[in-house]
Design a binder for this molecule. Structure first.
Ligand code: ADP
Length: 613
């Protein structure tokens, strides 16, 4: 067969053009792409040999070899994987078949965004070699076939394919590196090693670096032993049963860059619609740089054992950023970027799972602490010190630590107040009114897990945590306040009883509130009942047959509506639509859904209509 010239698909041309002129600074990813293509090819050969043993002769070591030629400015990466025949070469290295790349092209066409960003966002597999190479040759023989082929291109409009003698199954890719990239010498031994170790350290097949032969004293060329670059096992992919605690601890030192022992860890493998592995560690000490976001290692994200990024913020909420470890997804594309991660369902799912694992682990630690086993109290305090919360006194993205909170507690405040609720509603919950008026700061929480966490925290130093949506308000009251409260109980007794009768189905008790200032009413939870937030969560998790937990309705004795209703009750008048309207308002204010929106709207409409008559 003579050499055949073929044109790249238009989209490929567009992209190659971009690669060739790329200013993208993270060019090293080309090696990650080549190594992972090689590892995929090795997987494929191994897999196919299960049904056709002749594809993999006994004793064949599946591996990846990398060699360099400094003077000739060449970088060679070779695998003995599945290889490609002529059709494969045309289809795989001439057209665009992959979804990641399709998106890339789509953005490229629509885009007025810089091309530099786009490369980082999508990564572009094999074609990324043209960021560093002026010419690329692919010499390959497909397993089970006898004819080898040579594909070559300079990355402009065309590529060439010719038959070529090759006896070894697999693919050898030679990059003829661009001139004039002095600061980026891709033939440098340490650089190649560095990149391979960074991205491909956990790849299952051996990756070997073949140092260039050097001349000895006699002027003879001396070859050197190849060096294996990846010697780490992806511990997280092994079964928990096979791993000793020592191995877990050792792995923590590798992955967490820590010298000491982890306090605890949780290892899991999820299968089903998505497959992923997670191995998360709770450090035993707060890292000194915990508040410097950039310096953190956090969770590392891998896709099919290939390193994607450090400190993957999308996998954990900020308050859990002290956690170390690894997540490895089988389903994400290699080309995944931070932007894609932010709205990715797979990530959301993994995140939920990981948070749960971390909290279970913390819970477990806390339980152990309580029982006085293993750990000491000091440790839990360390963890508590790491917590940061929004509060009634924080603004924007600012968060408050428990230390700070306690420091700025006004005189008279004895406990640490918190409120858990719906993200959008918690800040304006009427229950906060009296606390704000008193100058007491209330920690605001809306993460689904906060409820569990707070259940195990109990206290910080000598200060107890107090859920302000629960039970009675017990902050210091002046003699006058106490007196007024007692009087109000008597004055509003009739109204309370009346409301209780009308709302009995939903409400356990109606009582006079001392926590409201501007709102007419709010709902609180009795000490022993399930909180509204927990109830919403359980429902969201599909728990249908929850026992109905009735809440307490508190009314504001100083509010004109309550005043008016009190008079009506005293005069034995019908309270009309007011009870339903008030109950609905209380639910809405805390972000709970209305059990019967139509009924609420009807009640409100009637009251509004009456006000304009
Ligand atoms: P991706 O790996 O995301 O599919 P690439 O552009 O990196 O995209 O590669 C395109 C295709 O070329 C691969 O899917 C594979 O079929 C083929 N290919 C690339 N490198 C090799 C290799 N070393 N051995 C065998 N096939 C390869």
């Amino acid at each position: 067969m003579a050499t055949e010239k073929m044109e790249f698909q238009t989209e490929v041309r567009d992209m190659l053009n971009l690669m060739i002129h790329s200013l993208y600074s993270n060019k090293e990813i080309f090696l990650r792409e080549l190594v992972s293509n090689a590892a995929d090819a090795l997987d494929k050969r191994r897999f196919l040999s299960l049904s056709d043993a002749s594809l993999l002769p006994v004793g064949t070591q599946l591996k990846i070899d990398i060699s360099v030629n400094k003077e000739g400015k060449r970088l060679v990466i070779e695998d003995n994987g599945i290889g490609m025949n002529k059709d494969d070469l045309i289809n795989c290295l001439g057209t665009i078949a992959r979804s990641g790349t399709k998106n890339f092209i789509k953005n490229l066409k629509e885009g007025d965004k810089g091309s530099v960003d786009l490369i980082g966002q999508f990564g572009v597999g094999f074609y990324s070699v043209f960021m560093v190479a002026k010419k690329v040759e692919v010499l390959t023989l497909k397993a089970g076939e006898t004819q080898g082929y040579l594909w070559s291109s300079d990355g402009t409009g065309e590529f060439e394919i010719s038959e070529a003698p090759r006896t070894d199954v697999g693919t050898k890719i030679t990059l003829y590196l661009k001139d004039g990239e002095e600061d980026e010498d891709w033939t440098s031994e340490w650089k190649v090693k560095d990149i391979v170790q960074k991205y491909s350290g956990f790849v299952s097949y051996g990756i070997y670096f073949h140092p260039e032969p050097t001349k000895n004293d006699k002027g003879e060329l001396e070859t050197k032993e190849p060096q294996r670059l990846n010697d780490k096992t992806a511990l997280w992919r092994q079964s928990e049963k096979e791993i000793t605690p020592e191995q877990y601890k050792e792995f923590y030192n590798v992955i967490g860059h820590e010298a000491d022992e982890p306090a605890a860890w949780s290892h899991s493998h999820a299968e089903g619609s998505q497959e992923f592995w997670s191995l998360v560690y709770i450090p035993s000490k707060a890292p000194f740089n915990i508040w410097h976001n950039d310096a953190l290692h956090g969770l590392k994200l891998y896709v099919k054992k290939v390193f994607i990024m450090d400190d993957c913020k999308e996998l954990l909420p900020p308050w859990l950023r002290f956690v170390r470890g690894v997540v490895d997804s089988e389903d994400l594309p290699l080309n995944v970027s931070r932007e894609i991660l932010q709205s990715n369902k797979i990530i959301t799912n993994i995140r939920k799972h990981v948070i749960k694992k971390v909290l279970d682990t913390l819970q477990n630690m806390a339980d152990k602490l309580k029982e006085g086993f293993y750990m000491n109290w000091e440790h839990l305090d360390e963890l508590k010190k790491l917590l940061r919360f929004e509060s009634t006194k924080t603004e924007g993205d600012a968060l408050v630590s428990l230390d700070e909170y306690v420091k700025r507690m006004p005189e008279g405040q004895k406990e640490i107040y918190y409120l858990i609720g719906d993200k959008n509603a918690v800040k304006s919950n009427p229950m906060l009114e009296a606390f704000k008026a008193k100058g007491y700061e209330v920690l605001l929480m809306s993460d689904g897990i906060d409820e569990f966490m707070m259940n195990s925290l109990l206290e910080f130093g000598d200060k107890k945590f107090h859920d302000i949506a629960r039970g009675d308000v017990d902050f210091e009251k002046t003699e006058d306040e106490k007196k007024a409260e007692e009087e109000n109980k008597g004055i509003f007794k009739g109204l309370c009883e009346n409301l209780q009768k009308l709302l009995d189905e939903d409400i356990k008790e109606v009582r006079v509130s001392s926590r409201l200032k501007d709102s007419p009413c709010c709902l609180v939870t009795s000490e022993d009942a399930m909180s509204a937030q927990m109830e919403r969560m359980m429902k969201a998790m599909g728990q249908k047959n929850l026992p109905k937990s009735k809440r307490i309705l508190e009314i504001n004795p100083t509010h004109p509506i309550c005043e008016m209703l009190k008079k009506k009750a005293e005069a034995n008048e019908d309270l009309g639509d007011w009870p339903k309207a008030l109950y609905g308002q209380a639910l809405l204010a805390e972000g709970s859904p209305l059990p019967n929106p139509a009924e609420y709207v009807a009640a409100i409409t009637k009251l509004l209509t009456a006000s304009v008559k």
